[in-house]
Each structure stands twice: as C-alpha cells, then as structure tokens.
Design a protein around this ligand. Structure first.
Ligand SMILES: [Zn+2]
Length: 402
C-alpha cells in the first residue's frame, strides 16, 4: 500500500467532513443572522448599506394628503385617500381590504394591505400601522377662532400614513420571510375619542391572528423637521432595545457611532420616556409585542401637550421634512430587513403569559431564547461528534495500513 492511496482515502474523508459541515451550515448561519439580545445583530451594518426608502416620496405624500382636505372619518377626503392608496398599493403587488365599523356615531374605515412572506406555512405576521384620519378640531390652537376648525394634519398623522405608502412601494422587493400587513387606521384623533379604528381592529382579531402576530409597529407624528423619537411608554422592551440598536447603526443616537463612523445626531432619544395613549395599546393589551415610533415634541415644547404645533392649524407640511421622514422610514426598513420585529415564538408566548399575569406596567422583561440556543448547541455538538467519529475512522484506517 502506497502512501498516495492512503492520502487519497484521507482526502475523501476530509471532503465528506467538509460536505457534512457545509450541509449543517444554513442552520448555524441563520442563527448568526438573527438578533441576539446580548450581542445584537452581526450583519446590521451590511444591511444598512442597501436601504432604499425614499424620504422625498413620503414628503410628497404628506403634501398630497393635506391638499385633500380634512381626512375626517366618513368624509370625501378620507374616501379619496383610500381610493388612491388602494390603487397604488395594488399595483405594487399587495392585496387590499377594508373593515367598516360604527363607533361613537362615526363610520370608520380601516384600510389594510397584505403581502405573503416567503417563509414556510408557519410564518408569522408583522403589522405596521399609522392613523390616516386628521383631527376634526384644532383645540390646542392659541387662536380661539381656529379651535373649531379641522387641523391640516401634516405630521399628525399624514407623516406616518406617508411612510406606510412608501414602505408599500419598497417591501415587495425585499422578499421578507414574514407576512406583512400595512394598516392605515381610522378615527385615532376625533374630539375626545381616540384610537377607535385600532380598537375595533384589535377587538375583532381571532385568537389565531393574535398568536401568529410577531409584532405591531406604530408610526405617529414621525415627520417633525426637528425629529426627536422618544421612548414611548407601553411597548415591548425587547423591541425597544432593538429599535435603539437600529437607530444607533443609522446615526440617530447621541454618543453612538453609526455604521459609517459618524457621531449620532440625537434624533433618537430613548433616554426620555413619553407617556402616550395610542393605537398600539390595544394590541399590547392582547399580549402582542408592540413598538411605537413617535416624536412627542412637535415644535417648541409646551407643558402638557405634544408641542406647539400639535392639534393646531400650524400642523402644516412646512413643519415636516423629507429628512425626518426618510430617517424614520429607513429605521423601519432596516428593522424589517434585519428581522428586528420578529421575536421567536417561544419568547412571544412567554411575553403573553407575563403580560396577562404579573406585569401590570405593560413593560416586559427581555426573555432569553432557550429553544434557539438549545438548537445551536445541538448543531455544534453534532458537528463535533461527527468530526470525532470521522477522525477515529481515518486514524483506524491509517493505523491498519501502516
Ligand atoms: Zn393627534
């Protein structure tokens, strides 16, 4: 027996080992590309290089929405908004449907665009929402004669509705694993009645829809040219932590260096907590992980309000900027592309239990990922065992031949 044939045999075994390790690679690389609550996300900066969200498109949409007139539930401008959005998003590949409700004497229409993910049959759903109605009264306007007029609603909340429209344009090409629903909710902001559309939607969810919802992400007042996204009270703490990581990568967090090496600009200020009752409280009550992006200081700070332009006739498109809309849009896009809005099912169930039993605050603790860690451990163990067995065989073969 020549050493050459022995080397060939060893080479064959090595090829087998490499092939088997390659076969097991998709499992481990998938885990590497997911969020780890301790180490964050290893590929976030790579993903952030390829974002395509266009702030100019969103800004144009804000101007268009305001030009329609007051988007009050049941009004003609409200119907025009839905008709145009419906036509656009259908053309981009989405399924569209509406839900009608009567609440507090108002006819509300929630508008939904849905897109199937590329994952397996068990895939979950991410819901991203903004209210598209504008407030019927400018009751915070300092000019008393303005207080009975409907607000222009550029930031509150044409900004969020516009970001959803631009997301509808870019999401189909992302090939996301999860199902996505874009939800333009109605009647968030009428008289003393708030979040009626989101409430009616949440009330009509089936248990299956609740159980398979990965997260609910809300955008409200996100276009202020002086953007200050704050930590909105009520919401899933894991999602909030991830949101800050996303913002840090994009250069939005003070004291955090971005992926491009720049200092954060402070447009994300999660060290400040704002207590806001908003649409996300309804899915939150159902145990669905929620995250709200909102700037609660619109214009100069005014105690007891969300800023000087809030619920006034000053809520006009010039107070909103393409840059702010683009920054928030890219934040959500990065979250979608990186899997930030997906918490593995084991965690979600755990959160639901915590929310329904012990946790009165609505804040949830960061759970660990026991199942996913166990799986990674098993893969490593299997790989090592395989390596040891093959090594023994190669050694035995070599020993027999010498
Ligand atoms: Zn409002």
């Amino acid at each position: 027996m020549t050493s050459r044939s022995s080397r060939r045999a060893t080479g064959t075994w090595l090829c087998l080992v490499v092939a088997l390790m390659t076969l097991s690679a998709p499992v481990s690389s998938q885990n590497e590309n997911q969020w780890d609550e301790e180490d964050g996300h290893p590929s976030l900066c790579d993903i952030s290089e390829d974002l395509v969200f266009n702030g100019e498109n969103a800004n144009t949409s804000v101007g268009w929405q305001v030009s329609l007139g007051a988007r009050i539930p049941g009004s003609e401008p409200s119907a025009q908004f839905r008709a145009v959005v419906e036509e656009d998003v259908r053309a981009w590949g989405w399924e569209v449907h509406t839900q009608q409700h009567v609440s507090h004497g108002m006819n509300l229409t929630n508008l939904f665009a849905t897109l199937n993910g590329t994952g397996d049959e068990e895939r979950g759903r991410i819901v991203i929402s903004a209210h598209y109605d504008s407030r019927n009264i400018a009751d915070k306007d300092l000019n008393v004669s303005n207080q009975s007029l409907p607000v222009p609603g550029a930031n509150d909340a044409a900004s969020g509705a516009a970001i959803l429209i631009e997301l509808a344009r870019i999401i189909p090409a992302m090939n996301l694993t999860q199902d996505i629903t874009l939800f333009w909710n109605d009647a968030e902001d009428q008289n003393d009645n708030y979040t009626l559309g989101a409430e009616a939607w949440a009330d009509n969810l089936s248990q299956y829809e609740i159980d398979t919802m990965e997260s609910f992400v809300l955008l409200d007042m996100v276009g202020d040219r002086d953007l200050q996204l704050q930590n909105i009270y009520i919401g899933n703490s894991t999602l909030k932590t991830r949101a800050q990581t996303l913002g840090g990568a994009l250069g939005m967090v003070n004291g955090t260096t971005s992926c491009t090496g720049e200092d954060g600009d402070g447009t994300m200020q999660y060290n400040i907590t704002a207590y806001v009752g908003d649409d996300h409280q309804h899915p939150d009550e159902l145990g669905i992980p929620t995250l709200s992006f909102m700037d609660p200081e619109y214009g100069e700070k005014v105690p007891g309000t969300f800023g000087e332009y809030w619920h006034t006739m000053e809520d006009t498109p010039d107070k909103v900027s393409e840059e702010s809309l683009g920054a928030v849009g890219r934040l959500v896009e990065l979250g979608l592309r990186s899997g930030a809005f997906v918490i593995v099912e084991e965690e979600q169930n755990q959160l639901s239990e915590e929310n329904s039993t012990t946790d009165e605050s609505g804040e949830s603790n960061d759970p660990s990922k026991p199942e996913s860690r166990a799986l990674t451990g098993l893969v490593i163990l299997a790989g090592l065992s395989l390596f040891a067995i093959v090594g023994l065989i190669v050694f035995a073969e070599w020993k027999l031949k010498h």
